[in-house]
Design a protein around this ligand. Sequence first.
Ligand code: CO
Length: 298
Amino acid sequence: MSDVDLSAEKYEKHRQAGEILAEVRDEAAERVEVGASHLEIAEWAEDRIRELGGEPAFPVNISVDEEAAHATPGIDDETTFGEEMINLDIGVSVDGWLADTAVTIDLSGQDELAEASAEALDAALELVEAGVETGEIGRVVEETIEGYGFNPVVNLTGHGLDQYEQHTDPNIPNRAVSQSVVLEAGDVVAIEPFATDGSGKVREGSDEEIFALDRETSVRDRGARQALEQIVEEFKTLPFATRWLDVRRPSMALKRLKRADAIHGYPVLKEEAENYVSQKEHTVIVTEDGCEVTTRSR
Ligand code: CO
């Protein structure tokens, strides 16, 4: 038996983050409709998280059609939703303790593809408990999605969550792998199956609106220095968006910080242009005989 105390403060903060996030995700999803603005929904969700007592753990991701992850509106973005497949991926931090969730809102008439990732997540959650191998979880995700006639996206995975660390071990694969780790009671992990009618391997696009700190370093340019100060103080090692920076020419500042190896970007990840990707994600606390889904709708 493990002696993890699941009532410890850090778990309470994970739960609080999950509760805020469930509410914001469900309300944000309802706002997604043809003609609605990406930027308005992202900013609405990020503000709502703060109103409810959390901080966004990363910029609201709004990925459309062939995009799988890492898309977020830029400054003055005027994009609106069409009859598309939309993945909303949102995170909340409470003192660095995180919750991460995603849902597909399908306005493109492809219910089955949206269902495939949702069903795969349900099957994975059924399996989660102390002692289960992550490769087993990957196997049910793969089998469920293939049962719908689609492919899992195999180069995106679920992940552990640690304080101010949005992607830590263990990886939760979206396919059967033999190299595998055993989950333990007290592990906090995000499980996120992606389903696609494409190849199942996403590649990096050219757009980049999300960044994160690598190291503090001295930079000469004033704008870059101010941006770095804000990043270190406000976002720490969590991802942030260009539009979150309070400096005069944020894109220029970011370019300089990248060149100084102070930050790195997260390029948009996508399938081929004619394909579609759906995603569903919950954060769980692993227990001896199952798991507690922190981001479940209340
Ligand atoms: Co995640």
